[in-house]
Ligand binder design. Sequence first.
Ligand SMILES: C[S@@+](CC[C@H](N)C(=O)[O-])C[C@H]1O[C@@H](n2cnc3c(N)ncnc32)[C@H](O)[C@@H]1O
Length: 243
Amino acid sequence: MKKKIIRTIGFLKGLILVFKPHLFLNWLRHPALLFSNTISLSKWISNQDKGVLLNDFYSPLRDYDKRYQLYDHLITTLDLSNEKVNYLEFGVCGAYSFNWWVQNNKNSESKFYGFDTFEGLPENWGTFKKGDMSAEVPESDDARAKFIKGLFQDSLPPFLSHTPMEATTRKIIHLDADLFTSTLFVLTSLGSSLKKGDILIFDEFNVPNHEFFAFKIFSDSFYVKTRLLGAVNNYFQVALIVE
Ligand SMILES: C[S@@+](CC[C@H](N)C(=O)[O-])C[C@H]1O[C@@H](n2cnc3c(N)ncnc32)[C@H](O)[C@@H]1O
């Protein structure tokens, strides 16, 4: 009986594909994915530790500047201001978040790497168009800071082969590229080098089809376990620690 059911399902699947359903159901793909990812996000949120000190869920209004409260919370609770860290930010644009971290970590041996096309988003994202968010490559008078211009997909592999990073130094990986593809590429490129204590910061985590979806696919595939350190703006900005 079981074999018969499996055979029938296999037959129906083949038949469905013969009818090329994408020709008349393509419009369903985005809302169906959004629906599925929203349910997954809701499940993820309800599994988080409610005892976390910084978490404003649910708050009716979004205040983007709250992300600095989250960074401050990390610096204070993990005592990061004097620790030697490797800070890698993906999506630098005007370097507002990047500069915050440079200014708030005083260890002379820390390194700060900022990756961006500096020519704007490589794809459309919501109401933003490809090329939006372009900016001049920032200048920093702090010798610990370095900017790497180009698509992550081109710049990150050579960077990783030429830049040794001691496993004992904590990595702070700040994902602020907005896009699913960019976020997934970075997470999977860095996945095998993640160590216990490394920190992941997301800037648009609660966007179901983008940063959240990339994080979900990555953590499910790499079996990476993380713990919530803080969240603001209803999980828009989130910080996680690798366990
Ligand atoms: C929201 S902005 C970053 C904002 C910045 N962190 C801040 O606080 O001011 C997103 C940036 O991600 C960059 N970006 C997205 N995908 C990228 C990719 N695949 N390669 C390089 N840069 C990318 C865009 O160029 C854009 O500047």
